[in-house]
Design a binder for this molecule. Sequence first.
Ligand code: NAP
Length: 324
Amino acid sequence: MTTHGTHQVVIIGSGPAGWTAALYTGRANLKPVVYEGAAPNVPGGQLMWTSEVENFPGFPHGIKGPEMMAKFKEQAERFGTVAKQQNIASVDLSKRPFTLTTEDGDVVTTDSLIIATGATAKLLGLPKEKELMNSGAGVSACATCDGAFYKGEELIVVGGGDSAMEEALYLTRFASKVTLVHRREEFRASKIMVDRARAHDKIAWELNQIPTEIVTEKKKVGIFEKDWLVGVKVRHAKTGEEKVLKAGGLFVAIGHQPNTKLFEGALDVDDKGYLVPQARSSKTKIPGVFICGDVQDSVYRQAITAAGSGCMAAIDAERFLAGH
Ligand code: NAP
């Protein structure tokens, strides 16, 4: 077991929120330490699954998600951020300095903690799903991120909540047709969202359908051939009948899971399980613990809003440390 001296700021998470918090606390000379995560987690967060980011201001020609995260990291390191490729296994927030233990058994203490652990899009758990998503080959969990790559295609959205309705409506801007596949007849989505989607002539409905298989074909990309989604096999929940729905893209919209396990019982969560900040700040009920990014945001969930909230957390942490 290794014990380090007490840090001023430790940041858990390495998405846009975490690195922005590191950039700001680094420039404030607080020598932040970022726990980026390690396998099976992927340092860099959800943008590591995004091929092209076209909606982050400052990149007029777009930028690849992983490349953008490398730039975030480089900028934070320029101001003295220390990055650790380790997972945090447990935290003790009951007294200051706070104590963090890594999966490798390192024990770390810190006067302030910024939580930027993000949220994970839920997937259907079908074979090839994750692989195709990672390689940008027809599977996505973010219409805002990837919709524009599917101009003129027939698309499938899976889910029956507000996210599915919203994604289906958004995708009608690009797709020739959007088929909404849901495993029941009733929707979790609000009536107004269902009505809006129902009124759209590009949206078709496949209800009581459970996705069971992703259908792929080999497609030539440059000199390589790679598996590409061409459809989704579904089974009717009542009759058991199976069929393949053809599609150029599958958007999985079955909810997100905020990554809050480490803080269970210590910090307040809302009815969806997201951490709750105190009004118009990144503060929590524990002085010295700040939250930012998707772990505290079930509404906007964009790279730019996460980065903005990372800046807020850094400023709140800086002021807290100055006052103590
Ligand atoms: P959600 O409300 O939890 O809905 C998830 C949907 O996915 C449900 O219909 C569920 O089906 C389905 N589902 C879950 N696991 C599945 C699986 N393994 N296979 C097939 N289907 C599966 O999640 P959400 O739509 O992301 O919304 C989360 C929260 O954000 C909600 O409170 C929502 O109101 C809010 N939100 C609001 C807006 C807006 O107001 N504009 C937009 C987006 C999200 P079952 O119904 O059968 O369980």
